[in-house]
Design a protein around this ligand. Sequence first.
Ligand code: SF4
Length: 472
Amino acid sequence: MQIALHSSLGGSDRNSIAPSSGEESTRRAFRSNRWKWWKASVWVKDISVFGIWQKPCETARDYQATPGFWFRNGARIIKNPGQPLVQNPDELPFMDFEFEDHFVNDGGALKPMNLRLMKKYYGAKLDMMFSQGCPYKCTFCSNDQLIELDKGNRKFRRHSVDFFLAELRYILSRYPPVYNLIIDDDAFMSLPLRLIQEFAARYKKEFSSLPFFVGGVIPASIDQQKCQVLMDAGMIKMRIGIQSGNRRIMREVFVRPLHEEKLVEGSEIAYKNRKKLAPFQYDLIVDNPWEHPNELKDTGRLVHRLKRPYTFALNSLRLLPGTTIFRMGEQAGFTKADQDIMPASYEQFMPNVLNLTLAFYNITRAPDFWVKYVLNRDFGDRTVTMKRYPRIGFLVGFVGLLKKSFHNLFRGDISLWPRPIDQWCGRLFVRRPTRASSTASSSVFAYEHALPCCNHDVAHVVPSPDRAQEHD
Ligand code: SF4
């Protein structure tokens, strides 16, 4: 058995995993990563995995002795201690994109993996991580729990540019139909300028036809110079976590700073480069049981200050068990089953007037008269008990999704399109995907240890003509 735990769940300003359903969270993790790696500490029905960027367990014949795994054995829970975090992530293997000995559940039948099935289940977007770690410890984020489990998770760990590009080269040699790369770090823009410059220059030289976007940008790290070099290298979008525009909510509930001016600065960058960039995506957290409607209005004021183009993801607050915010919610009585304050999914925000106004910005900027009306109206004392308008919510959500999907597509961003449509969109709207230029002399040799194939045969990194032809 070879298992590698490659990064952390949550992160990137997400509160993305449902707290109550282990199976659902697992499905979601697999939807984004399929069979290749767990990017996560994931809760499964009978097994839990804790670990980020940990060494693979190559010889663990007794899987119940695997470090970092917790098992349910009847009524008993076996908790294996984790192993120390890897300090140099370049010691880890590449993500496994081999087909041999890989199987996929295709409509109930277990089938050997091939390029057609890979396209069907993996799609045209490649998620990778350059670094792991975040300077914050937001109460709602899984980072909060990971840091509790091991203080080492506070430390920033990162690949070298060499390793990252070698891994990308290897993946494209095994799986050519990739049209977007998502650098899904928690805080990629917090890396030093010199490193970002080195990455950008080398990426541009070799992968210029593969547009990428940077997910998980913390507002404090927005920097004109860094954005510029990344845009020159092919960055088409950033995803920035705002969460709330209210200082009390940020300080007392989420425990993170609010950098309004940095956000405005970022929106200026997006505006100036609007012809070549897809709209920046801003994450907001709504349906916060601690939030007064007047506090959510502050978020509206901030959103109204930002320059177009933009898109907003309204995430409904989830209280993840094990996180600080869950304990805060328990004390406040928000986790009791009889509370109608948590929608079924973090993606389904409550369609009240304030949330709908925020969601409307995905279609166009809300008119001033409406903003004035909303800001002056009294909505009671809690956002989660405001009146809801599900039909209007559906309409606003649907039109907003259509608008942003097409708007982004014309700028080479296919990330909003589901499989298998993303493959067609990639073929039509993104330049030909980069063919891995690696040859047997490529720097992949330097990372022979990282090849996931069982026999570690370096010949595997040479682009496979069969797969490329099949893709054509
Ligand atoms: S900024 Fe907060 S939410 Fe985002 S990755 Fe860091 S700890 Fe998590």
